[in-house]
Design a protein around this ligand. Structure first.
Ligand SMILES: *[C@@H]1O[C@H](CO)[C@@H](O)[C@H](O)[C@H]1NC(C)=O
Ligand SMILES: *[C@@H]1O[C@H](CO)[C@@H](O)[C@H](O)[C@H]1NC(C)=O
Ligand SMILES: *[C@@H]1O[C@H](CO)[C@@H](O)[C@H](O)[C@H]1NC(C)=O
Ligand SMILES: *[C@@H]1O[C@H](CO)[C@@H](O)[C@H](O)[C@H]1NC(C)=O
Ligand SMILES: *[C@@H]1O[C@H](CO)[C@@H](O)[C@H](O)[C@H]1NC(C)=O
Length: 493
């Protein structure tokens, strides 16, 4: 009985999270940071060795003296053993092999830079569990899941590599990361400038914290993507929310909706059809890539354009017709292959990898306010309600978030004393709203990719890449070379 209960627990918790998702923007958005399931690069051979290093569970206190095994991957095929640089991926919220397989940029440039590639797993994700299967059991065990501990793991790992791998004592290390991993890369350079020569922080929303950017910016960018991608597209989505409410108000309407959307289970009052759709539109904005790609669900090139093909009608059409269009549009996301037998609105569009961990992080340090107004964006108005968010966190984990901490520890908008960081952002990516998109100094450089979605620059080269991302990658490689040169001067006198 007991073992069975244990096995079921994670499922119950995951379901509870999804219920929370449907009533709060606050929560709904946290999970988007790690929605980056993309196809393994074709062409480039992904070939790495897996290693483990013993890390202290707590780098910052002395009472908890246990250790755990942190996983890291190394690829040294192109490494110039006499001091070639190390490109160090600062792992984010998920299995590191998955980030490794999906950061084609590093594989594409390894030869040109003569670089060793290292991918370090973030504690509490993948195999790097501080307390094994107990790591997520309660707040006490989760207590060591923080960005500060993760950065310290990275620094310890690099010190160890330099001491134990022949030839890399004087190698320049350049941090690379995307999304939350990009935030970590930037913060790694800020906090450990003696360890890393510079950082490429791709699609890193380091300013998506309280009082740094307007809370509505994320949803506005999502909406702009739809507005740009087809006639009447975002207007029809905006109109659909009330139409769904109306249809959901009768049993007959619920049945009709279930049929039109080909739902696996008949829709009941209070089911989260609207929040599921909202999540779908947001995901599409993040992966609006110029070529066919596999983001959990396989998608066509420029998927939002394809979605908008189903929403071109004038905003005066009857609501039934409007909702039929919405159903067809949703099926672009869920049934591009034609293999879906039904759509399941209790299934997150992105899978669960790392979800619990990220929720915990959002409930402690990573407080990212989100709101919508239905005017600047195509969503239903929803205010950012910190108290409600905090209460949900308390109910779920027994901890409350500290909204100011990210600013206190990482400097917020006041970061000009730092150096050698590239902040790259895509104009289609909703996370660019919380990113650094203006040059802050000669060496805090913003790279803007107007037709890029979420860290397109970190994906591997593709024949359909827009010229803006090719230029961005060239600029990034040029800056990395410059940092490596600087590092050599600085370490060899
Ligand atoms: C770790 O802590 C335990 C319990 O407090 C103690 O018995 C043990 O000696 C400590 N080990 C080390 C290496 O300090
Ligand atoms: C990454 O690629 C390796 C080698 O091709 C494979 O064994 C591994 O399963 C992949 N990881 C993920 C999460 O896709
Ligand atoms: C998915 O597409 C296929 C092929 O067009 C179709 O036969 C099937 O009914 C679709 N599934 C759903 C759930 O709409
Ligand atoms: C829908 O997804 C949920 C959550 O993953 C799962 O428990 C349920 O069995 C699925 N329903 C159907 C009909 O596939
Ligand atoms: C930032 O400066 C670089 C030159 O270092 C320039 O190429 C780039 O266009 C600038 N970025 C922005 C967003 O102004």
């Amino acid at each position: 009985m007991k073992a069975e209960f244990k096995a079921i627990m994670p499922v119950l918790v995951a379901v509870a999270l999804l219920l929370v998702l449907s009533c709060s923007h606050g929560f709904a958005l946290k999970s988007h940071l790690f929605r980056r399931r993309v196809p393994a690069p074709s062409g480039v051979m992904i070939n790495y060795k897996t290693y483990y290093i013993d890390q202290k569970i707590d780098h910052f206190g002395f009472l908890e003296n246990g250790t755990f095994k942190q996983r890291y991957l190394v690829a040294d095929l192109h490494w110039q053993t006499d001091g070639g640089p190390i490109l160090f991926y600062t792992g984010n919220e998920g299995d590191i092999t998955w980030f490794c397989n999906n950061t084609g940029f590093m594989w594409d440039v390894a030869e040109e830079l003569g670089a060793m590639l290292v991918f370090a797993e973030h504690r509490y994700y993948g195999e790097s569990m501080p307390f094994g299967a107990e790591s997520y059991s309660d707040a006490k065990h989760l207590n060591y899941l923080s960005s500060e501990q993760a950065l310290a793991d990275f620094a310890v790992l690099i010190k160890y590599l330099k001491a134990s791998w022949t030839g890399c004592q004087s190698s320049a290390v350049v941090a690379v990361g995307g999304s939350y991993g990009g935030m970590l890369a930037a913060w790694f350079r800020m906090k450990y400038p003696h360890v890393v020569a510079g950082a490429l922080a791709a699609s890193a929303p380091i300013w998506q914290f309280p009082d740094m950017v307007p809370c509505g910016v994320f949803y506005k960018i999502v909406s702009d993507d739809f507005a740009k991608s087809g006639v009447n597209c975002h207007a029809n989505i905006r109109r659909s929310w009330k139409a769904i409410d109306k249809a959901s108000s009768t049993d007959e309407g619920l049945l009709w909706l279930s049929r039109e959307f080909s739902l696996c289970a008949p829709l009941k009052k209070g089911d989260g059809l609207k929040s599921w759709l909202q999540e779908t539109w947001v995901n599409l904005a993040m992966v609006d890539y110029p070529y066919e790609a596999n983001f959990l669900q396989p998608l066509p090139a420029w998927p939002i354009k394809v979605v908008c093909e189903h929403l071109r009608f004038s905003p005066e059409v009857p609501e039934q017709e409007l909702l039929q269009g919405i159903a067809q549009a949703a099926k672009v996301y869920y049934n591009y292959t034609g293999d879906a037998t039904c759509l399941n609105i209790s299934q997150s569009a992105t899978g669960n990898l790392g979800m619990m961990g990220w929720f915990y992080q959002a409930c402690t340090e990573m407080v990212m306010p989100m709101c919508s107004d239905g005017v600047q964006d195509m969503f239903e108005p929803q205010k950012w309600d910190f108290q409600a968010f905090s209460d949900e966190c308390y109910a779920m984990f027994g901890v409350r978030p500290r909204p100011d901490w990210a600013e206190v520890v990482y400097g917020g908008k006041d970061i000009t004393s730092h150096s050698n960081i590239i902040f790259s952002n895509g104009g289609l990516d909703p996370w660019s709203g919380g990113g650094v998109t203006q040059n802050l100094s000669d060496s805090l450089v913003a790279v803007w990719i107007p037709d890029g979605a979420h860290h397109l620059d970190l994906r591997n080269n593709n024949e359909y890449d827009p010229s803006s991302v090719l230029a961005a990658r060239r600029q990034e490689v040029a800056l990395i070379k410059q940092w490596v040169k600087q590092w050599a001067v600085h370490t060899h006198g």
